[in-house]
Structures are given as C-alpha cells and as structure tokens.
Design a protein around this ligand. Structure first.
Ligand code: UDP
Length: 411
C-alpha cells in the first residue's frame, strides 16, 4: 500500500508570465490531488524574483516548496543586439546544472518533473521538437471547449504517428485567483463606475510601445469617449519586450510622453497607473467591459475566465498566434488592420475598435461569446470537468509509477 504523497518538481522560466501558471499548477496538484510540490525558479536576481513571487501569490510559500535556483549571469554572452527573450533562453540553459544538482540532492526524489517550455533560438526548436517525444506527457494550459479543434487535431496526428506519442493533457485555464480583500485606489475607482463601462489597457509584464504609438493610443482612448484604465510604461523604440525584467520600477513623468493636457482631460474617466496593476482583480471587476491586451497567454485566459472581450495588440513571442486564435477562431476579440509590428496604429482606428468592443452593436456577438466561454472555463475546472479530470489522470499516472518503482525497491 502506497503511503507517501507523490512529489512533483516544477521548473518555472523567468518572468511573471511563466511564474504565475506554474505556481497555479503547483497549487492545484497540492490542493486537489494530494501532491507535495517543489517549484524551481530560474532567476538572474533573487530579490527581484522574491518580490515577483510576493506580488503574484499569497499562498505560494504555504502550499509549495519554492526554491530559487542560484542566480545565473549571462552578461558575458550578450551584447546590445541580444533580445530579452534570447537572454531568458540563455538563463534557462545556464541554470540546468543547478537544477540537476538540486534534484539529485532531494531527500524525496520527485516522481514527475514538469518543465515550463521556453525557447527562442531556432536550433533549440529543432532539438526540443525531437526531445519532446521522450516526455511522458504534455500538459497544456488550455481547456477542451476553448481549443477543441487543435486538441482533436493533435490527437489525430498522434494516432497517425505524426507527433510525439506522449499524451496531451489540457489542464487549464491556470489563472491567478483574485486576492481576497485587496484594496487599492484603482479598485475603489472601479467600484463607482457603471457595470461593464471601463476598458482596461495593459501590455502584460513586459510590453512597451514606441513614443508615437503611445501618443496615438492616448488620443484613441480619449476620442472613444469610453471610460478606460491604462497601465502606462515609458515608450521604448524598437523593443516591444523592454520591461520584462523591470516591472518594479516606477515612473512619474507621464506628461513627458503623453499628449499635452491628456491627464487633466481624462483623469476622471480614464486613470493611468505606471508600470503595474493588479490585473486579476481588475479583470474580475464588474465595471470592466473590455481589455486592450498584448494577448500574452495568461492575460488571454484571465480575460476569458472573466468574460471580458478583447482588442488584441500582439507585440512579441507567440502573441501573434494568440491574437489570431482569439479574434479569428474563438471569436472573443477584434484586431487592427495592421499588426502593431507592421506600423503605427492610428488614433481613429483605435477609437473605432474601443467603441466596437465596448458599446457598438457590431461588437454584440463578441461580447455574447465571451460570456459563454466564461461558464465553459468554470465547468472545465470544476470537479468532474475536462481539465480537472485531465490533471487527475496525470496524478493517477504518477501514482502508478510510484507503485511500480516501490515494488522494484527503487523509490
Ligand atoms: N500582470 C499583472 N499586472 C500588470 C501586468 C501583468 O498582474 O500590470 C500579470 C497578468 O495578470 C498575467 C501576467 O502578469 O498573469 C502576464 O502574463 P502574460 O502571459 O499575459 O504576458 P507576458 O507578460 O508573459 O508577456
């Protein structure tokens, strides 16, 4: 009879967008499936990672064993042309020996190692494509009702031997829960706005716009005459991922890069905050009726679980793919004619998109679809739902393995 709890080790890549779903997966394995979980975090700066952890999870340290791997230094491998995403990729590579040592030193070895895949360098893609076939399973942060066509296609391809044989488990949405009792000026402002009247504007943990695009966005929001709440970052030219490691810094010099008089004209109906805002709490607020987003996958899922229709504004990494999925296939979003990477999106188009998603008749079908998906997401996660069952199957597999190893006296 197996008495030990299964122990899973999870590896989180650097950056909030990776930390959040890995923590949520860990918490679910602990609370719903009786695991002990160790989360390994790759970091270049331990104090930054600690502050990120505090920002995103109240309960992480109570439920999980969170281990920051020794900080890695890739400064010798980069120059001015190395993108931040490539730096993250290098950091993960550098951290692997510490991860191996940490796992080997564990008193109770993990029965499962879940790695959060992050890859940017094209040789790496190829290797990863081959190596993924050695995994025992692939966990995907999605749910059946959201991406049933892709999941069905993967299953078919697997049956035909075209993709790795590892089973695919759709276990999402892994979304940070709202912090209970959190109060802030912005949440108090939202409390007194009409239901569904505010569009939230944010470009994730790292997204930045050019100076010209920042001005056009400001004008577009103002001209739409809709209430908005904007997380503003100082403009950066030619690097849309410029603040990935910099969400702690504050900036109080908005007037320098926002149109003259903008703050005075809009402060009542359109507050702006610098750098960072409590997004889960904002998106779940009843006053929010739309989200202009860079459509990072966490932001997309957070919008979906709160039935908030989106304007997609992809900037980097896999965001263009997410944007197409949300706007074309899932039908909960609209997008601009040009991609943001193809040129500056003008104020008139922004104004029209904001009005469409928030109030125009044309946006009704999208708003209705967003409402419907919220209940599908909740159902998938509830006991007996598709994602709950998928994770239960992962847990069952781990237990069977533990038993087999115990019988062989190997565990
Ligand atoms: N986030 C937040 N406040 C902000 C910006 C981002 O809480 O001001 C959170 C957001 O809720 C999401 C994560 O950071 O969970 C960003 O992840 P996503 O995959 O959307 O984008 P990334 O930052 O990885 O590009």
């Amino acid at each position: 009879m197996q008495t030990r709890k299964p122990h899973a080790a999870l590896l989180a890549s650097p950056g909030m967008g990776h930390l959040i779903p890995v923590l949520e997966l860990g918490k679910r394995l602990v609370s719903h499936h009786g695991f002990n979980v160790t989360i390994f975090v790759v970091t270049a700066d331990a104090s930054l990672s600690q502050s990120q952890l505090r920002k995103v999870s109240e309960t992480a340290y109570d439920l999980l064993d969170v281990v920051l791997l020794p900080p890695v230094d890739v400064s010798g491998q980069i120059d001015k042309t190395t993108s931040i995403l490539s730096q993250i990729d290098m950091m993960i590579h550098e951290a692997l020996p510490s991860l191996r040592s940490a796992i080997l030193a564990m008193e109770v070895p993990p029965i499962a190692l879940v790695v959060d895949i992050f890859l940017r360098r094209n040789e790496v893609y190829f290797r990863m494509g081959t190596e993924i076939s050695t995994a025992d399973g692939i966990l995907v942060n999605t749910f059946h009702e959201l991406e049933h066509q892709t999941l069905a296609a993967l299953n078919d391809a697997r049956k035909q031997g075209l993709v790795p044989n590892a089973p695919v488990y759709p276990i999402g949405p892994l979304v940070r829960p709202v912090k209970s009792g959190l109060r802030s000026e912005i949440l108090s402002w939202l409390d007194v706005q009409p239901k569904g009247s505010v569009i939230y504007v944010s470009f994730g943990s790292g997204g930045t716009l050019s100076a010209e695009q920042t001005i056009e966005l400001a004008w577009g929001l103002e001209k739409s005459q809709q209430r908005f709440f904007w997380v503003v970052r100082p403009p950066v030219e030619n690097d849309s991922a410029a603040t990935v490691f910099n969400t702690n810094s504050s900036c109080t010099d908005f007037p320098d890069y926002l149109p003259e008089g903008f703050l005075n004209r809009t402060s009542k109906n359109g507050p702006v905050v610098p750098m960072w805002a409590p997004q889960s709490e904002i998106l779940s607020h009843p006053s929010i009726g739309g989200f202009l987003s860079h459509c990072g996958w966490n932001s997309s899922l957070e919008s979906i679980v709160n039935s908030v229709p989106m304007i997609v504004w992809p900037l980097y990494a896999e965001q263009k793919m997410n944007a197409t999925l949300l706007a074309k296939h899932i039908g909960v979003a609209i997008r601009s004619k040009l991609l943001p990477s193809q040129g500056v999106i003008g104020r008139s188009e922004i104004e029209a998109m904001v009005r469409k998603i928030m109030v125009d008749k044309e946006g009704e079908a999208i708003r209705a679809r967003a409402k419907m998906l919220k209940s599908c997401a909740a159902k998938a996660l509830s006991k007996g739902g598709s994602s709950y069952n998928a994770l239960a199957n992962v847990a069952k597999d781990c237990e069977i393995r533990m038993q087999k190893l115990a019988e062989l006296h190997l565990w």
